[in-house]
Write a protein that binds this ligand. Structure first.
Ligand code: AMP
Length: 284
């Protein structure tokens, strides 16, 4: 495995692979790697001849500078993990390579996803995500890019970005990888105490309870009750919603949920000051 601080050199390597007829899969990450990231790499390995992973804590997607500062960084361990996974190349750019002094961040038309849930609670977040991926996709001529459903709105933003900018890249979504208790794996989980982790496991448990209680017609009481339960455990809940999986419109009392595939539960909550997000399809 070779580490590339320079996108130009990595781009040449990718072009050489492609000239030989090899396909290249790309897994963008912010590091502090866990089994969720490892699964994306394994999926990429199964579908592409070569796998490139980036580790870049992207400043433009954080609206809270403290959150950016506190974001975990475990680069030595990450490189060992990626090497053991058989990844071919790691891209480790400096901020200045991605955002040169004369860089002007475009405005991306990402649609309704920017006006709900993560879009509302993290202003500018998806613009920052689109900005960094647009730069990566301009720099690196990869065939495929892999993203987790854990960040479901982000996955939709990537689809929109690729279509809008005409990047010739297949976007592949991967299911959320969870701890045994159901907690979605996240780099942020390493900031939780053992007790905090146990509290955080209630997010998934709450989702399962709502799924069980939800019949063919939407009843907001189930969400309200779960929110109260979470708050009683000390969680600060930003949102808990049942929303349409493609339009992201919230379900309203009386809405038919017969097409369970079309609906997803979404939540963001703070546990011990750590912001966690998760989502789950309503279908069983
Ligand atoms: P991050 O390093 O948090 O920016 O995540 C990099 C990629 O890994 C994104 O596509 C995430 O959606 C994905 N990812 C993060 N956590 C998980 C998880 N628990 N299961 C599956 N994919 C994940």
């Amino acid at each position: 495995m070779i580490a590339y601080p320079s996108g130009q050199k990595l781009s040449k390597q990718i072009a050489a692979w492609r000239e030989r007829g090899e396909s290249v899969g790309f897994v963008p990450t912010m590091g502090a790697l866990h089994k969720g990231h490892a699964t994306l790499c394994s999926m990429a390995k199964a579908q592409a001849d070569r796998v490139v992973v980036s580790i870049f804590v992207n400043p433009t997607q954080f609206h809270d500078s403290q959150d950016l500062e506190k974001y975990p960084r475990t680069i030595d361990q990450d490189l060992a993990t990626l090497s053991a996974l058989g990844v071919d190349a790691v891209y480790l750019p400096e901020v200045r390579e991605i955002y040169p002094a004369d860089y002007k961040q475009p405005v991306y038309a990402l649609g309704p996803l920017e006006k709900v849930m993560e879009g509302v609670h993290r202003p500018g977040h998806f613009q920052g995500v689109a900005a960094v991926l647009d730069r990566f996709f301009q720099l690196l001529p990869v065939n495929m890019a892999f993203f987790g459903e854990k960040d479901f709105q982000q996955l939709e933003a990537v689809h929109r970005l690729v279509a809008m900018k005409g990047h010739e890249i297949s976007v592949v979504g991967c299911p959320t990888i969870r701890e045994e208790c159901g907690l979605a794996m996240s780099s942020r989980n390493m900031r939780l105490s053992a007790a905090g982790r146990e509290t955080a496991c209630s997010i998934y448990k709450g989702f399962i309870e709502i799924k069980k209680a939800t019949a063919e017609v939407f009843e907001p009481d189930h969400l309200e009750q779960t929110k109260k339960n979470w708050e009683a455990l000390g969680m600060e809940v930003e949102y808990l919603e049942l929303a349409h999986a493609t339009t992201f419109e919230s379900a309203r009392q009386g809405d038919s949920l017969a097409l369970r595939n079309s609906w997803r539960l979404f939540a963001a909550a703070h546990v011990e000051g750590v912001r966690l997000i998760d989502n789950l399809a309503l279908k069983s």
